[in-house]
Design a binder for this molecule. Structure first.
Ligand code: ADP
Ligand code: MG
Length: 227
């Protein structure tokens, strides 16, 4: 196996994003450079509308930059076609969203088993059960999302994201729809899981207290990296 321990998981060079709307051209991101070492946790902070979510989508190869390059695990994402890019993403990247995004018709256990089954993992049920125990939901395996509180739903989402041990986990305001105490507990759990799994965590937040708990912080203002 190739030893990639010393290389960056993400290398962003000169990434800009421009969109056209009725009033003309709008630049959402200006010449962003960014190198993320493996296993670190990084907070992306900045005001609402500064371009944080757009940058996260580009890191995942879900949105395409107007110029610049993104290397994920050494692979130049936008030199690939969409299918190849989706395959690279599927093997390496996990997501946690503000709105949880669980499958409503699947139980907690089935939601966590899903990414394992998609990868053909045989012990999907045992691994998913263990992971739900780790996030404190061992007694909620057969609950559907609508029967779970917001904090519980986000714990299921964390279990689903970490159970495949992604190299990179992208979280866009994961505590944004939770009350303060619940958000704190979810954040604590996410940082613990990140450490245990050896994941690189990229966390978008506008909460300075949460950002301060990551290894590094990156600040975006009006589409520019300013720190
Ligand atoms: N596809 C798009 N077309 C036009 N404007 C967009 C598009 N996507 C995002 N924007 C604008 O770009 C800016 C940055 O958006 P976003 O990345 O969602 O910011 P943040 O996540 O920091 O709140 C916002 O002003 C938003 O309205
Ligand atoms: Mg956003």
């Amino acid at each position: 196996m190739k030893d990639t321990a010393g290389t960056a998981i993400i290398e962003v060079s000169g990434v800009s994003k421009r969109v056209r709307d009725a009033t003309g051209e709008l630049t959402i991101l200006h010449e962003i450079d960014l190198v993320l070492p493996r296993r670190e946790s990084v907070a992306i902070v900045g005001a609402s509308g500064s371009g944080k979510s757009t940058l996260l989508s580009i890191l995942a190869g879900l949105d395409v930059p107007s110029s610049g390059t993104v290397k994920l695990d050494g692979i130049d994402l936008f030199s690939l076609d969409e299918d190849a890019r989706a395959a690279v993403r599927g093997e390496r990247v996990g997501f946690v969203f503000q709105s949880f995004q669980l499958m409503a018709h699947l139980t907690a256990l089935e939601n966590v088993m899903l990414p394992l089954e998609l990868r053909g993992v045989r012990e999907a049920k045992a691994l998913a059960t263990e992971m739900l125990g780790r996030v404190g939901l061992g007694a909620r395996l057969s609950h559907y999302p609508k029967l779970l509180s917001g904090g519980e739903q986000q714990r299921v989402a964390l279990a689903r994201a970490f159970v495949v041990r992604p190299a990179l986990l992208l979280a866009d305001e994961p505590t944004g729809s939770l009350d303060h105490a619940t958000g704190e507990a979810v954040m604590q759990l996410m940082l613990e899981l990140d450490r245990e799994a050896g994941t690189t965590l990229v966390l978008v937040t506008h909460d300075p207290g949460i950002a301060a708990r990551c290894d590094r912080q990156i600040r975006i203002e009006a589409g520019r990296r300013v720190g």
